[in-house]
Design a protein around this ligand. Structure first.
Ligand code: BJW
Length: 258
């Protein structure tokens, strides 16, 4: 599908849907980071057009060639380390001033929500800045190196393979994360669904959990997705433009109410 010109977003309607919310969930995907310079996975120019998901995003691919997977992730770390969260990220972090409870549920592994100041983030697909030992299957730890002495990385404790703390295809998500995502989605008053193609499960199911439990659903994307027909409104445009505008519209309405 080609990228369409953004339609005029209906911010007033979105504000109506959000303004009285106590809990807001911000559900994000790769499109959220696109405007900071991180590639999306699908669509024109997406990662899966140039790289093999079977090689780079499955456990079987990792065991076949761990050095290749680590090299790719070293490259992505270098890319992400040099980026700044865009204005849309800052707008989402600022929403914490407007609502009693704001929770980010993200499919992204780049850590940009935390870097932009978000305080409550559930990372469904892991974090590229964490590693764990494949042999010991232990608790992941932070490893923020952008250059590795060797690839693949090995565990200092047992000599086994270290792996990125990323959820690959066919792997279960951390039950603590899915429990949190289910609980937050089913108890929120409004969910913003930003920059996701909504095709990867179980993550793609959480917007519907929110909707089925009575939350308003506001989508932000450059083009329609499978979520669009269930959304109360879709704001079509880039995250870096739509989110600051939405924040401004929310602030204006809230200031008037005071
Ligand atoms: C913009 C923009 C701008 C662009 N502004 N917007 C049910 C049916 C069929 C299959 C399954 C099913 N349930 C499970 C499966 C299997 C599979 C799956 O869902 N496959 C589908 C693809 C068919 N799911 C899994 O395997 C999951 N595990 C699992 O189910 O385990 C079960 C199990 C239980 C018990 C024991 C064992 C197993 C795991 C999924 C892991 C996903 N991992 C990845 C990447 C890992 C690799 C890596 O990064 O190193 O996570 S895949 C990739 O997709 C990445 C993303 O988080 C994820 C979602 O993508 P996202 O974020 O939506 O990005 P895109 O690129 O798809 O979309 C970008 C969007 O942004 C687009 O809409 C653009 O329009 C928009 N956009 N610019 C705003 N400027």
């Amino acid at each position: 599908m080609t990228v369409q010109e953004p339609m005029a977003p209906d911010y007033e309607r979105a504000v109506d849907l959000m303004v009285d919310a106590v809990k807001v969930v911000l559900f994000t995907g790769a499109g959220m980071s696109k405007d900071s310079g991180v590639d999306t996975f699908r669509g024109p120019g997406g990662i899966w057009e140039r790289f093999s998901a079977a090689d780079l995003a499955t456990y079987e691919g990792f065991i076949r060639d761990p050095a290749k997977v680590w090299k790719w992730n070293e490259h992505r770390r270098q890319q992400v380390a040099g980026l700044t969260p865009h204005q849309g990220y800052l707008a989402l972090a600022e929403m914490e001033d407007l609502f009693p409870e704001v929770v980010v549920i993200t499919q992204n592994i780049d850590g940009l929500h935390a870097r932009s100041g978000a305080t409550h983030v559930v990372e469904l697909h892991g974090n590229i800045w964490k590693v764990r030992c494949d042999a010991e299957n232990n608790t992941p730890w932070l490893d923020e190196r952008t250059e590795f002495p060797e690839v693949p990385l090995h565990c200092e404790n047992c000599g086994g393979l270290l792996r990125p703390h990323i959820v690959w295809f066919g792997e279960p998500l951390d039950p603590m994360d899915t429990l949190a995502a289910q609980a937050e989605s089913s108890s929120c008053d409004a969910m913003l669904v930003i920059g996701t193609s909504a095709v990867v499960y179980p993550a793609a199911g959480y917007p519907m959990v929110a909707k089925q439990n009575g939350a308003a659903m506001i989508e932000v994307n450059i083009e329609p997705t499978p979520i669009s027909e269930y959304a109360d409104i879709s704001l079509f445009g880039k995250a870096e433009e739509v989110l600051p505008a939405l924040l401004a519209a929310l602030r204006e309405r809230m200031d008037k109410k005071e």
